[in-house]
Design a binder for this molecule. Structure first.
Ligand SMILES: C[S@@+](CC[C@H](N)C(=O)[O-])C[C@H]1O[C@@H](n2cnc3c(N)ncnc32)[C@H](O)[C@@H]1O
Length: 507
């Protein structure tokens, strides 16, 4: 009888727990929404050279396995250690034992339910794999719905994992500024997966936490309640999402910020003590939502009851940027001088470099240099009221075509040389990206500290060189158009191109 009552009590407390858990679907594998899951091609399979030795447990794909060293899981059927291979932890869901629990003010959290060793794989962060654009859109939608907890993390430059409606227990791991876990990316059968790994030995019953700073796409500004001595104050304060939302810029002598939030570069850095002039939050629906979310987030006890099925959303996708696709119609146009001289934003010239830029931007070493679109103080006209940068998508000037319109051979040669220098600098920057990416990824895998300053400097140097060569090219075009004679119209031989292109070159 007593046992029955006890059982009923356990059952009802379990029921209570299940009731209280926010609605989500538990999944053990990522679901791909924006594309099909990749099938590993035979030629892409990395086969290690491990040899099974019954006396040495580490022999079957331990830490010296070539695949382990490159964060790649062995492929079943190809690994020489066959069923003994220890390097298929994601595939076999070899998770540590964990338990959900309710925290004070931070919603649900995850506890270790056994002693965990430093470096041990704890759990995969599963969810829906969506494009970066979709992530921005969803993050905005969730904010609009008043969803307090954010579950979107970055997978790669183009994709994110959203565990809001579907995910593994990793979605319950809270942020800590003094984390005992970290995220690491592994190549598993040709797909990148995000795992939570122990940074140190963790004893049973300890809350698991990792630093959201790098991978998290938290739409709202949530005050961090991790309690660490070095707490940075806000969740994901260095994350891309946070940086975009709280964009701070200078316009002549004015300084603006979305909120009067003191931003800390790192535990050691000084907080930005400058009093920032707050912009009118009502100016923008988006910022308005952020503000709304912020005040909600401050109320830690608010329990979110929102269902995600709601579709009648009165919001626009963030990517509906009114400047996107804007085309520079020629030097005759009313565009600013800066737009003429910089026909392509450095970031847009290399879409694949966005990851690099955002990673570098998220390191304090580089933030000191202010890389990327926020690298230099720009005119207010180039920002939206919420501080986001407008894209300066423009056509590139075809220097060869311009040269053909000039009568002077010297002028023609000058343009062509400058174009060649610009092209060299562009391809150098592009190849540098591939060269330094492994260093950055390696760094991120080992720990979540900042990337080395020398890496950032190399990148900045190449970016500056590219900007300089672009500047030289466009200033020499303008100079020669203004100061040297042009061919007579009937001598001009504009090549190829449609009507637009000819107009573009009519000076
Ligand atoms: C990935 S979820 C973590 C699980 C979440 N606590 C839950 O109940 O589902 C991230 C959200 O948890 C909350 N959170 C996580 N770490 C926090 C922290 N250190 N301080 C305050 N809130 C935190 C925030 O609302 C954040 O958006």
């Amino acid at each position: 009888m007593n046992a029955n009552i006890e059982m009923m009590q356990i059952y009802s407390s379990l029921e209570l727990q299940i009731e209280e858990l926010p609605p989500y679907q538990h999944i053990r594998e990522n679901e791909f929404l924006s594309r099909k899951q990749r099938k590993q091609k035979e030629e892409d399979i990395a086969v290690c050279v491990c040899k099974l030795d019954a006396d040495i447990s580490e022999s079957a794909c331990g830490e010296r396995c070539l695949n382990v060293l490159t964060s790649t899981e062995c492929t079943p059927g190809y690994c020489p250690c066959e069923a003994h291979c220890k390097n298929q932890r994601f595939q076999k869901c070899e998770y540590a034992k964990t338990k959900l629990f309710k925290t004070e003010g931070r919603g649900w959290g995850l506890l270790s339910d056994e002693n965990i060793k430093a470096g041990q794989f704890i759990i995969e962060y599963c969810g829906e794999v969506i494009s970066w654009k979709e992530a921005r859109w969803r993050s905005h939608v969730y904010e609009t719905q008043g969803l307090k907890d954010a579950y979107i993390i970055c997978l790669n430059a183009a994709e994110s994992i959203d565990a809001t409606t579907k995910g593994s227990h990793a979605r319950f791991i809270n942020h800590s500024c003094q984390p005992n876990c970290e995220t690491r990316k592994w190549n598993v059968l040709g797909e990148i997966k995000v795992g939570i790994f122990a940074k140190q030995d963790i004893s049973v019953g300890t809350e698991l936490g990792y630093d959201y700073n790098f991978e998290w796409y938290g739409g709202a500004k949530v005050r961090c309640l991790c309690g660490a001595a070095n707490c940075s104050g806000f969740l994901g304060a260095k994350s891309r999402g946070f940086q975009e939302d709280t964009y701070v810029w200078e316009d002549d002598d004015d300084r603006y910020s979305v909120e009067k939030i003191p931003l800390y570069d790192s535990a050691e850095d000084e907080p930005s003590s400058k009093l920032l002039k707050s912009i009118d939050l009502s100016e923008s629906e988006y910022v308005g939502n952020v503000k709304n979310e912020y005040s909600m987030a401050m109320n830690g006890s608010v329990k979110c009851e929102h269902q995600l099925e709601s579709t009648s959303l009165d919001v626009q996708p963030l990517e509906s940027d009114p400047m996107e696709g804007a085309v520079m119609n020629g030097v005759k146009t009313e565009e600013s001088e800066e737009m003429k001289l910089y026909p392509q934003d450095a970031q847009q010239a290399f879409p694949q470099n966005n990851a690099m830029i955002s990673r570098i931007r998220s390191s304090s070493a580089c933030r000191n240099y202010r890389i990327g679109p926020s690298s230099s103080p720009r005119k207010k006209a180039q920002h939206y009221s919420n501080g986001k940068l407008k894209h300066l998508a423009q056509k590139q000037v075809d220097a060869k075509h311009v040269a053909e319109l000039l009568a002077s051979q010297e002028a023609q040669a000058e343009l062509l040389i400058n174009e060649e220098l610009r092209n060299d600098a562009t391809s150098h920057l592009s190849s540098l990206y591939n060269e330094i990416r492994p260093a950055i990824e390696e760094h991120e895998r080992d720990n979540q500290d900042n990337v080395a300053t020398c890496v950032a400097e190399k990148w900045i140097e190449a970016s500056c060189l590219k900007l300089k060569t672009e500047f030289d090219l466009y200033s020499s075009i303008i100079k020669n158009i203004v100061c040297t004679p042009r061919r007579m119209p009937d001598q001009a031989r504009p090549h190829g191109g449609g009507e637009n292109e000819v107009k573009y070159l009519e000076f």
